[in-house]
Ligand binder design. Structure first.
Ligand SMILES: NC(=O)c1ccc[n+]([C@@H]2O[C@H](COP(=O)([O-])OP(=O)(O)OC[C@H]3O[C@@H](n4cnc5c(N)ncnc54)[C@H](O)[C@@H]3O)[C@@H](O)[C@H]2O)c1
Length: 433
């Protein structure tokens, strides 16, 4: 099938490459000419495991192309995916300006029947607006389908290739059949393709993300209570996770969730609730708890230094919002760094993949280290913010030797308290003794 994917970001690039890998002819479109120029030269603008090989192979075999020419890409395609960003507006709603602009451009380019697929995470009713915008520009036949994406950054290629489920919201059989055919190669292991009406499909994505975010905030609140009453959240978590009705995923307390999805999607769903007279009270609390969690961490650090961190120097391990990505959108590290800088502290940071992003966000307001040990030189404390694999089992003697004092604030509970303390460290974590 000939496919156009509009928006070549974390989602569009993975979606385009994976569809090319299954034999389709794919053109990835973006209005960021610099990004497209880099991709054409083989430079991948994001870090995502497995993606460079996939892109390289499919470009070489002629199935994957990049362009800024939306019109040309749409004209050649039978299916057009919209995968542009939908960031948060000041009211908390999703900013749909890019989706709308693309819909109008698609309308202008239509030259025969096509399926237009909203892959971006968009509020209920957006596919309908997309249809109206396209209708204004053309008399050609087309269908608009909602096909939300559930991939996780850091495991995006794997998730796309072996999805838990595919959700397709279509109002007619013609478009539904085309999507079924397109996804068939990815569903050989028996994962379901769930067909629904368009509005329901749009809702599934928000409900899923909101629920996962709720699990994290719930555990963060439980961990805060554990601290207050002297319980150990690790064992509480394991005791909960062993219950098959609960399961183990998304029960890890920490410095709060971040990233390009949970914060904006919970806000957007809460806003949809407010607009439709159905306040999402649980969701409002999920967000409020999350907003506080990074500040609780900062307060603990500052509290250790008798509420004065002026001229204290901190080593920060991890900038990305989670491991295996360079993405720092809404990352807890940003809140933590900004708070500590405002209180007069200095910071050296290290992240395996997000150093360029860090430099873009903080500039020369913080220092950057070439590796995690160099980061520690002269530090008054180590703050562990992102649980990258390479931070899990470090050489604690080297850590101790580099620091001004052996003090660790573990924002992800990756170390074993007893062990760390036996090595002579003062050790703080989340919800544990
Ligand atoms: N990142 C994730 O893990 C994830 C997972 C599932 C769903 N989503 C959703 O997918 C959508 C895209 O997310 P992302 O993380 O890939 O965003 P992104 O910011 O990485 O990528 C969006 C791309 O769209 C391009 N773009 C914007 N306006 C355009 C236009 N008018 N024409 C052409 N290109 C344009 C941008 O230049 C950018 O490259 C969002 O709605 C997001 O919520 C993201």
């Amino acid at each position: 099938m000939n496919i156009a994917v509009i928006g070549t970001g974390y989602v569009g690039l993975v979606v385009g490459s994976c569809f090319a890998e299954s034999g389709n002819e794919v053109v990835c479109v973006d209005n960021n000419a610099d990004k497209i120029a880099k991709l054409e030269k083989g430079i991948i603008p994001i870090y995502e495991p497995g993606l460079p090989d996939l892109i390289e192979r499919n470009v070489r075999d002629g199935r994957l192309k990049f362009t800024t020419d939306l019109k040309c890409a749409v004209e050649k395609s039978k299916v057009v995916f919209i995968a542009v960003g939908t960031p948060t507006t000041s009211s908390g709603a999703a900013d749909l300006s890019a989706v709308h602009a693309v819909a109008t451009a698609i309308g202008k380019a239509l030259n025969g029947y096509k399926v237009i697929v909203t892959k971006s995470t968009v509020p209920v009713g957006t596919a309908e607006t997309v249809r109206k915008l396209i209708c204004k520009e053309t008399r050609e036949e087309f269908d608009v389908v909602s096909n939300p994406e559930f991939l996780k950054q850091g495991a995006a290629v794997d998730d796309f290739m072996r999805p838990d489920r595919i959700v397709v919201g279509a109002d007619g059989p013609r478009a539904a059949e085309i999507l079924r055919e397109l996804y068939a190669p990815f569903l050989r292991t028996g994962s379901p393709i769930l067909m629904s009406d368009v509005r329901t499909a749009e809702m599934v994505k928000y409900a899923a993300n909101a629920f996962l975010a709720a699990r994290i905030s719930f555990m963060n609140e439980i961990s805060n209570l554990c601290e207050a009453v002297g319980a150990d959240v690790d064992m509480v978590r394991r005791g909960m996770a062993a219950d098959s009705r609960i399961g183990s995923a998304f029960l890890f307390p920490g410095v709060g969730y971040g990233g390009s999805c949970f914060p904006k999607d919970t806000r957007a769903l809460a806003q949809t609730g407010r607009e439709s007279g159905t306040p999402m009270r649980i969701l409002e609390a999920v967000e409020a708890v999350n907003n506080e969690q990074a500040f609780r961490f900062v307060n603990r650090v500052v509290g250790h230094f008798n509420n004065n961190v002026e001229n204290k120097h901190f080593a920060l391990w991890g900038l990305s919002f989670k491991p295996k990505t360079n993405d720092m959108r809404d990352a807890p590290s940003i809140k933590i760094v900004e708070q500590l800088l405002a209180k007069g502290a200095t910071i050296t940071a290290y992240d395996p993949e997000a150093m360029d992003e860090g430099r873009r966000i903080f500039g020369n307001r913080i220092e950057y280290a070439a590796n995690n040990y160099e980061c520690l030189n002269g530090a008054d404390a180590l703050l562990l913010i992102t649980e990258w694999q390479e931070f899990r089992n470090p050489n604690f003697d080297r850590i101790k030797a580099a620091m001004r004092q052996p003090l660790i604030f573990d924002g992800r509970n990756i170390y074993e308290s007893g062990h760390i303390r036996s090595l002579g460290f003062t050790y703080y974590s989340i919800g544990r003794k």
